[in-house]
Write a protein that binds this ligand. Sequence first.
Ligand SMILES: Cc1cc2nc3c(=O)[nH]c(=O)nc-3n(C[C@H](O)[C@H](O)[C@H](O)COP(=O)(O)OP(=O)(O)OC[C@H]3O[C@@H](n4cnc5c(N)ncnc54)[C@H](O)[C@@H]3O)c2cc1C
Length: 429
Amino acid sequence: MTTHSFAKITPRKIAIVGAGQAGLLLGCALLHQGYAVTLVTNRTAEEVWSGKVMSSQCIFDQALQIERNFGMNQWEAQCPNVNGIGLTIPTSDGKGEMAIHWRARLNACAQSVDQRVKMPGWMTEFERRGGDLRIENVEIPQLEALTESHDLVLLAGGKGEIVNLLTRNDARSPVRQPQRQLALAYVTGMERSGPFECVNFNLIPGVGEYFVFPALTTQGSNETQACDIMVFEAIPGGPMDRWADVKSADQHLDVCLGILRDYLPWESERCANVQLTDANGILSGRVTPTVRNPTLTLPSGRVVMGLGDAVMVNDPITGQGSNNATKGALHYFDAILRNGDKPFDKAWMQSTFDGLYEGYAEPVIRWTNSLLFPPPDHIVRLLATAQHAPRVAQRIANGFNDPRDYGSYWFDEDATDAWIAQESQSRAA
Ligand SMILES: Cc1cc2nc3c(=O)[nH]c(=O)nc-3n(C[C@H](O)[C@H](O)[C@H](O)COP(=O)(O)OP(=O)(O)OC[C@H]3O[C@@H](n4cnc5c(N)ncnc54)[C@H](O)[C@@H]3O)c2cc1C
């Protein structure tokens, strides 16, 4: 990572609220450039390590490369690689057979390091780089104090209550209700499947989705271990939405395994010997996909800027939130450095966020939201074509790394059908 000398001559004070993927990554990167960074978060490293899982946090190559460039890839050698994407759609007759099935390699691997491992490790790294780490629940008075003492205050509070201070941008948030009941189970003992490790997506029309992939998680009080993360996305009120009355971690896992038995026998077979990594290796909840306005004007008139999930929270159906948070952290990092000694005023905040939204996030969010609704026929035709056309499968799979690519065909029936025809012709030739 190159160090920009102007930042060393005029160090500026940046405060970040929230020690998550976005806040810690940006904080550590700014410290390396000589900025004075204060990070205020509401849980200690120990509380995060020993708490509940928060995400499945699968990160694709572009975002992994940002972590590498910032020297934040501490677990890369230990973490299992995800080398491909698999997609299966069962037949609609409930007979437990596959209607569509393919697997394709990613051009470069993805990885998932449990945030319970990563965030405590990054908090240590933040302090090692000279950052001022404070444990405190931030509300408006604390934001006022931080804006008084710092040149820029960023709110990276994820899904914390505080981010609701940033107003919803209705024009950019077409989805108004949670579209899925989410559930996670972190397990060991799962059978491997196929010649290379994949995120195996299973789309069950009218019911929901299940995806599963290897990851690195906690073991005991300070070790790590490989695991698999099972992610369930149930249509609310539908036959897969079964966690409402769950009272224990074991019951949670039983519900998960029952769904696989009922709908996805090929996934169920892999789970004969699974057990939870730990009693906190489970989660259930709902997310309303929301894009917020990036600035909050405090009673004093001073302004705070949002970052990460605080400004753009997505349903995890496409596994893009941590990727967006990482790319957003890089975008803000570049903008902060480019701003030099100039004030971080409201106009700078708005244009920095708009640059991220328009230059990257909008098509990612559009594609993610599209998967929450039944796929149009041309997408079903495309997914079926991918079974026999490796180039199609590979392009769809690698779109997870940079979903802007979907913008050129996913939403355009004519473009998709022209591509399908082209692939069919080249197969026939
Ligand atoms: C079930 C599920 C599965 C997911 N799977 C994936 C996936 O596979 N791939 C992917 O890319 N993304 C995934 N995501 C999304 C991803 O986890 C988030 O997008 C990402 O963590 C956002 O990072 P962030 O830094 O904005 O927020 P977070 O990582 O949530 O960090 C927020 C921080 O703010 C702190 N905080 C909150 N309120 C306050 C307060 N008042 N004062 C002080 N501190 C506060 C929190 O303690 C935390 O440290 C998933 C999400 C869910 C729910």
